[in-house]
Write a protein that binds this ligand. Structure first.
Ligand SMILES: NC(=O)c1ccc[n+]([C@@H]2O[C@H](COP(=O)([O-])OP(=O)(O)OC[C@H]3O[C@@H](n4cnc5c(N)ncnc54)[C@H](OP(=O)(O)O)[C@@H]3O)[C@@H](O)[C@H]2O)c1
Length: 318
């Protein structure tokens, strides 16, 4: 098969489409003929040499893919050749074929094209597990989503609205603010012009900035609030005001999805299929696709992500 190899740590130009060995299919694996994959910020870190794939996973980038089941391992009863699926991957999505534990495989939801499905597993599993399973966001509560126009943000805004929350999002431009309002956000704050910490009081905060926003996030939490940090774009070390946390009876969580064991990913994936796929199938939550780029030209897709102009997901299609 062919796959995108990272020839050395560096810029988008190090992503090259090469002939590589086919993946091995383990007893519990599903082999997928890939229709499309999607770009995540973590792929950029992997390309730059800052984020090695977890042991035992594919060396090629790509945390999600959609396609058709080509083969299943001896122990797999849940899927069969010919099924249209999408999957949460530890790596290897930027390829013609990928093998993945069956626990991480999902059917393609109704109303979603086979290509669009490639951009759903990572955002759906991340948002559902962090905002709802860990953050326990309830109907009527307020969610603050940082980076509302990101792949993660566009999904979080829609899902929280569909489940009855008041949603506030931060963005970096007026144009992105309009797009995020169209997705259902009740309030959008341009972080270049206003301080979110002075304006919002939230029950749950989905944060991607880490250190830079820690003090502001703690200030913005309501009593009993839950801060869930999933990105460190603003640094990893900062001082946490435990007095403020204690007074608010608040909690802070920091989680990563990629390194979780297969069994834990499986629990999240099944919960997504049960709770999120029906909302996608009903059209209440839609994939937001910024662009489709040929997979062999993954470098171009990374340049687009690096530019920061995108809203939603950038797909890599075959
Ligand atoms: N822990 C996990 O399991 C997990 C899983 C998936 C993703 N993530 C993380 O989630 C984040 C989003 O991922 P993605 O793939 O959706 O990336 P993405 O589409 O490239 O989004 C990055 C976003 O960061 C926003 N941003 C930059 N500076 C900001 C600031 N000062 N305040 C608020 N927003 C700011 C940008 O918004 P503007 O252009 O509007 O500034 C952009 O929308 C990344 O940090 C990624 O590592 C974590």
């Amino acid at each position: 098969m062919r796959a995108i190899e990272i020839t050395e740590p560096g810029g988008p130009e190090v992503l090259e489409w090469h002939e590589v060995p086919d993946p091995e299919v383990g007893r519990g694996d599903v082999l997928i003929d890939v229709t499309a994959s999607a770009v995540n910020r973590a792929d950029v870190l992997q390309r730059q040499g800052f984020y090695d794939p977890p042991p035992g996973t594919s060396p090629y980038p790509g945390l999600e893919a959609s396609g058709v089941v080509a083969e299943v391992g001896a122990d797999v009863e849940q899927f069969k050749p010919g099924d249209a699926v999408c999957a949460l991957l530890g790596g290897g999505g930027y390829a013609e074929r990928v093998a993945v534990p069956w626990q991480q495989v999902m059917p393609v939801p109704d109303r979603v094209s086979p290509r669009e499905a490639a951009g759903l597993p990572e955002v759906a599993c991340t948002v559902w597990s962090n905002v709802f399973m860990i953050g326990r966001l309830r109907k009527g509560e307020t969610l603050l989503v940082h980076g509302g126009a990101s792949g993660i943000g566009t999904f979080a805004v829609q899902l929280a609205k569909a489940l009855g929350s008041h949603v506030v999002a931060t963005v970096g431009s007026a144009e992105k603010a309009e797009r995020v309002k169209e997705l259902g956000a009740d309030e959008v704050i341009n972080y270049r012009e206003e301080s979110f910490a002075d304006k919002v009081r939230a029950d749950v905060i989905l944060d991607i900035m880490g250190a830079k926003y820690l003090a502001g996030n703690v200030k913005a939490l309501r009593t009993g609030g839950r801060l869930v940090i999933i990105g460190l774009q603003g640094g990893r070390k900062a001082e946490l005001d435990l007095g403020a946390m204690l007074a608010k009876r608040a909690s802070v969580h920091a989680t990563g999805l990629r390194s979780r064991p297969v069994e834990e990913k499986g629990v999240i994936v099944r919960s997504v299929v049960d709770n999120v796929w029906p909302l996608v199938g009903a059209g209440a939550v839609r994939p937001v696709v910024h662009a489709e780029v040929p997979m062999a030209d993954a470098a171009q897709a990374h340049r687009l992500l690096d530019s920061g102009e995108h809203v939603g997901k950038i797909l890599l299609v075959r």
